[in-house]
Write a protein that binds this ligand. Structure first.
Ligand code: FBP
Length: 322
């Protein structure tokens, strides 16, 4: 992936997916929201000059009609592996809650871990805390290391945790040491990116969420200089067998950011679907829409925020202040 403008094509792909599912915001049908995002992303991908292979997608070939693992996408060109989450936070979109995004990561071949769609236990921190935390250490130790690195008290930290019964213990532990908690309904990927960006008031993400989200988070964190550590968490023999088949049998193994997303040519692109901490949601107006995206390239060390006005019909341009 050496074409400098390729990243703009990826922005277009996530913008289109975001606009498609943003139309369904608040309609209470998460599956439908996801479906339109998937269809739109799949279609837009066809116009990109890549010879792409989906390595993280909507599921195995027999369970997902589109963007399944192993599917070929693009109209030919650079060989790239692609991890997609056309709508991260399907419930967030279906209820109009904050932080739903359309997102993808692309890399040279082999640059994104092939992870099954099961859970991972994760800890995510920003650049100043890189190398200071340890997933296997007690929560209190990690929080005190994060506080020290950020030159503040533990009480000043905000930790994002998915609001799930499985996190009862970790939540109790964070409360015991006095850090603040933001419980979220969904979306540990966008929370992970926020943790790596100063000014979001998110200092860490902790707990168990999806492994695919973990890999895409890692791609973003490579670009931003943050850190994720993660280990697989299996809930059944079937999940363990799937993990083992992909070479991830060891539940004790902690994967580093570089192991989750080892590529040297990584590109990350995300567009806000609903309003969020980092990205604005899609705004529609007569004759067009406005989107807000984040696009990053590891090799060129560029982080761009892209504000796009999409005109649906140039003959009747949207009434919007550019
Ligand atoms: P969807 O986009 O598939 O709705 O997933 C959202 C999400 O909250 C992720 O951000 C998170 O990693 C995962 O689901 C958590 O899984 P679960 O809802 O099963 O706890």
């Amino acid at each position: 992936m050496h074409r400098d403008d390729l990243f703009l094509e990826f922005v277009r792909v996530v913008e289109k997916a975001a606009m498609a599912c943003a139309r369904t915001m608040g309609q209470g049908d998460r599956k439908y929201s996801d479906q339109v995002a998937v269809e739109s992303m799949r279609q837009e991908m066809e116009s990109v000059d890549i010879d792409g292979t989906i390595v993280i997608g909507e599921g195995e070939r027999d369970e997902a009609p589109m963007l399944f693992i192993g599917e070929k996408v693009g109209k030919g060109g650079f060989a790239v592996d692609i991890a997609v989450d056309p709508l991260e936070g399907t419930n967030l979109c279906a209820t109009g809650a904050t932080n739903a995004i359309a997102v993808l990561a692309a890399s040279d071949k082999g640059g994104l871990l092939n992870a099954p769609d099961i859970y991972m236990d994760k800890i995510v921190v920003g650049p100043s805390c890189k190398g200071r935390v340890d997933l296997k250490a007690p929560v209190a130790d990690n929080l005190s290391a994060i506080a020290k690195a950020l030159d503040r008290d533990v009480e000043d930290l905000v930790v994002v945790v998915l609001d799930r019964p499985r996190h009862e213990r970790i939540i109790a532990e964070i409360r015991r040491v006095g850090a603040r908690i933001r419980l979220i309904g969904d979306g540990d990927l966008s929370a992970g990116i926020s943790a790596a960006v100063r000014g979001t008031n998110v200092h860490a993400v902790m707990g168990i969420g999806g492994a695919p989200e973990g890999v895409i988070t890692a791609a973003a964190l490579r670009c931003l200089g943050g850190e994720i550590q993660a280990r697989f968490r299996y809930r059944s023999d079937d999940e363990r067998a799937r993990g083992e088949r992909m070479g991830h049998g060891d539940e004790d193994r902690v994967y580093t950011t570089e192991e989750l997303a080892p590529g040297e040519n990584l590109v990350f692109a995300a567009t806000g679907v609903t309003a969020g901490d980092l990205l604005q949601g899609v705004r529609f107006f007569g004759g067009g829409a406005r989107t807000h995206s984040l696009v990053m390239a590891y090799q060129t060390k560029q982080v761009r925020f892209v504000d796009t006005v999409h005109m649906f019909d140039r003959d009747s341009p949207p009434r919007v202040r550019l």
